[in-house]
Design a protein. Structure first.
Ligand SMILES: [Zn+2]
Length: 130
């Protein structure tokens, strides 16, 4: 079963054919419209009129539930879209800190080329307990 012409639309970024399927968490996931019987990492099936459900085949419990004969394997469009930008975008208007250290933090972020609202993790080494 393939998505029909009413379910397929074009990606806003690359204009390739995609369709949307609902995950068990209630999120819409964009999938490539052409099935990938061997390599697709998402199993999807039509649940109703213009409604597809999908689940990841990379999840921890995927081995317990192999693809059902009614499910088809698809690829998430985020994997194949050339216009997709997976890195975190800067959120304008968010101030990380209001303390006197905020200005060096922002300056350091600009020097390192990361958005100012992304704070690098600084962990104490496990062997250096005081
Ligand atoms: Zn795209």
């Amino acid at each position: 079963m393939e998505p029909n012409s009413r379910e397929v639309r074009k990606c806003n970024l690359c204009h390739r054919r995609i369709f949307f399927a609902l995950t068990k968490n209630g999120q819409w996931q964009a999938l490539d419209a052409e099935a990938e019987p061997a390599l697709g990492s998402v199993a999807a099936y039509r649940r109703g009129i213009r409604l597809w459900w999908c689940r990841s085949l990379l999840a921890a419990d995927a081995d317990e539930y192999p693809p059902h004969p009614l499910e088809r394997r698809f690829t998430p469009h985020a994997q194949t879209c050339p216009g997709w930008k997976p890195q975190q975008q800067e959120i304008t208007g968010i101030v990380v800190e209001s303390s006197p250290r905020a200005l060096p933090q922002r300056q350091q972020a600009a020097i390192e080329g990361r958005p100012s609202n992304v704070v690098p993790l600084q962990r104490r080494r496990s062997g250096s307990a005081t």
